[in-house]
Structure formats: C-alpha cells, structure tokens
Design a protein around this ligand. Sequence first.
Ligand code: BES
Ligand code: ZN
Ligand code: ZN
Length: 477
Amino acid sequence: MQTIIDITEKYSKQDNPVFLITDIKDIDKKYFSEDEFQYIKSCHKEHKKELFSFNHFDHWIFVQFIKKEKIRHLRLESYRAAGAKLLKTINENKLHSIVIVGSEAKPEESLAFAEGMALCNYQFLKYKKKPAEKINSLNTIYVYSHGIEQKAVDELNIMIDGTNKCRNLVNEPVVYLNAVNLAEEIKSLGKKSGAKVEVLNKKKIEALKMGGLLAVNKGSVDPPTFTIMEWKPDKPVNKKPYVFVGKGVVYDTGGMNLKPGEYMNNMKMDMAGGAAVASAVYAIATARLPVHVIGLIPATDNRTTGNAYVSSDIITMYDGTKVEVINTDAEGRLILADALSYAKKFDPVLVIDVATLTGSAARAIGKYGIVAMFSQAGREFNQLKKSGENVCERIVEFPFWEEYEELIKSDVADIKNIGGTDAGAITAGKFLEHFTDYPFIHLDVAGPAFIEKSYKYYPIGGTGIAVRLLFDFIKRK
Ligand code: BES
Ligand code: ZN
Ligand code: ZN
C-alpha cells in the first residue's frame, strides 16, 4: 500500500509530532516537560544523540536533529536518510500516522524527510502467506510547514508511487513476469495514467526484422514483446519527443554462455531499466506534465534451449547492421540496439536508455550511482546530472572516446557484441551508440538497480532507480 503524504494546517500532541530541528533553540518547549528538555539538551551535546523518542502512552513525540549541511542537495539527502531511519521506530510501535513539524525547516526539507520515510515504507508482500501481520503500520505522513504547496506534495506522491510501481515489477520473478506479462503490466500502467500503450507481438517483431530481440529470444519458450508507451499532452512544451528506452530482459541466465554460480542470482532484475522507463512515463502522465515523452521497452528472457543463439552467430539487426555474437550473455545491448534504431522514426530531441547492462559498471562504482555516457547531448547531460543530484540518483560521466570503437570491430561482421576485458561498461555503451544518430545518453544502472541488504531508504530488492531521476528531469522542462 502506498504511504500518503499530506499537508496539515494544525497539529496537537495527539498526532505523534516529529520535530525537525537543527539547533536546540528551535525546540518548542511547550511540548516537553522540563526533564525531557534537559535530557534532549545534554544527550545531544554530550553524546551527539540526534533522534529522541518519547512514549506518552497514547501518543509519541519525536525530536530529530539534522546537521546544517550547506550544499542544498546534500542537505536534502540527509533529510531523506533521517526520515528513513525514524521509520523503524514508528512501525515497531504500530503508529498509523505522524506529523512532521518543520517550523524552522524549509518546505522542501520537510518534504524530503517525508519522501525518505515514504520510500522506505515500501514492502513487497504479494507472495507472503499472511501479509496482514507483516504490513507496516504507517500509512499517512502529514507535513506541517509554512508555505508548502499542494502541487509539490501531489508531484512527490506521484513520484513515489511511480518508484514503487517500478520496484513491484523488478521484484516479480520471471515465473509470473515473462515478456508478455511485463507488456500487460505496462498496459495497465498506461490505463491508470492516461498514457497510450501499444504492444508489438512476436509476429510484428518478426515482420519488422528486429534481429537483436529475436536472436536473444530464440532460446526461450515465451515470445518477446516490444512495448511503446506514449504521453502526449495537448500543448507540449517540446516539438520533438523525449524518448526513453529500457532494457526488458525478464530473466538473464546468460544463454549458452550460462552464468556460473552466484552470478545468476537475482537476474529477474534484468528488466529494471524497462520497469523504470515504464514507471517514469506513468508518473509523468499521472502528473500531467506538459512534455511529450515516449517509452520503448523491448522484452524477452535470455535462456538456453536446443535452438538458442550461440557464439559466432552473425545476426542482422533492425537497421541492417550485421553483429557477430561473441558472448550470449551480452544480450541487453542486442535488444536495446533494435529499440534505439526504432527510436529514429520519432525524430527525438534526446534519447535516454536505462539498462542493467554490465557487471563492469557495477564493479566500477557499486550501488552508489549510475554509470553514464553521452554523445551530442552535453547540455541535456548537465541538466540530467543536476536532476541526479536533486533526487540523489547520481550519474557519473565515463569517457566515451572514439578510440573505444576499435574494441568492438569484428573480423567477419560490422561489429561484435563484446569488446574484451577492458572498459566493459564503455564498450557496451559504444555498441549502443552505433545504432543512434540523435542526441543520446546511456545510463547503466547495473549497480544500483537491486540490493540484497536494505540501505538508506531502499528496502531489499528492486530500488526503482531512475524513476525519480527521469521524473525530475522532465518536470524541469
Ligand atoms: N545483465 C547483465 C549485467 C549485470 C550484471 C546486471 C550484474 C546486474 C548485475 C548483462 O546482461 C551481462 O551479463 N553482461 C555481461 C557482459 C559480458 C558478457 C561482456 C557482464 O557484465 O558480465
Ligand atoms: Zn547477460
Ligand atoms: Zn542482462
């Protein structure tokens, strides 16, 4: 269930207030006994204690100290992290609602605190036998702060809902979520939001000769899908659309280059890019943002059977490029390449792809950021980087020099699908770039898409990475 954030004009002790303060002098003394006040004062000073919880039997009072961080985006992130930290106590004590009182805090700071708490309150309970016992108690976060705007709160709720929709999709195992079901789920996101959704089935994909998507699908018993999601408002601010492309590998065994040992664990998450694209378009449409956006999600599983594609196969892609397959585990770039060529028909102002593309990206920076490359898109890249800071889904620019292209030259075809051991994330990006002729940004989210241990405001599993990033980016157009 979605945690709702709402504005309140007043509050009392009974509403479980959470006082956000940066200094002891910000405390409104009428809510505390003298003992409590002295306790807060000394513990904060001597032991640097930052969170105080007072159980008053029929209600709770919380005091949260937050460091005076000067840089705006770091400050907002410390509010999010603090919100997530307090959530545990709130659920342990079965509270249904709280009021964030940010008397000294700016509206955006109180909202960031609420955001961290709401994002952290997500649960994936679909497959738990008795979910009622396990459901987190908190369902409403009220915010009391001067000058808070309803629109900001509405957009925040939508952005969190979009992130959680993405997490749900990523957490679904392939036994339920094959490519056809993923397309169905995206259709339902379209219905809910007002975005138009068209699903190309295997016959259509064959007729279009999407050789990359078909090659990866060859070893599967389930057909592939290619989903097109479009949000076109009445008077869009842009003449040419923004196109997002998301990798939808619903399960990656590696194919005939089967992933060994632990490496196959959690490969249900290999559609996290596709889920993020669909959920971002869903959120953008729900918020009625005045921007024309299109999402493309090619989807299949990558498996081994008698007819699976094998290394040294040469495949003809949607745009006619001949690709030599060296490794069937480098499948994401093959399905994305067809979608990137397909994107040309929309004459896009910018294309951004989101993909759990390489272990190399994950090894380089871990779960802490998104590996990014771009061509012909310097200005847009800087704006996306800013959005990354705003929502703390940070993007890190990797080199994208043309020399890397040498590494994917093939002796027998136009290009090959891997470049060797060096610079794996970059050669993957270069492979994708081959299929573009427009301003292009590549986001490799292999590191942050899925986590095995909860972290900050991310519960275990799919994180929903790139939904808030794309939403914030489009919101500022
Ligand atoms: N889906 C994987 C990348 C991945 C790895 C995502 C770990 C999340 C966590 C991708 O399809 C893959 O297998 N890439 C290979 C490419 C290699 C064969 C060149 C990789 O990174 O090992
Ligand atoms: Zn793979
Ligand atoms: Zn993959």
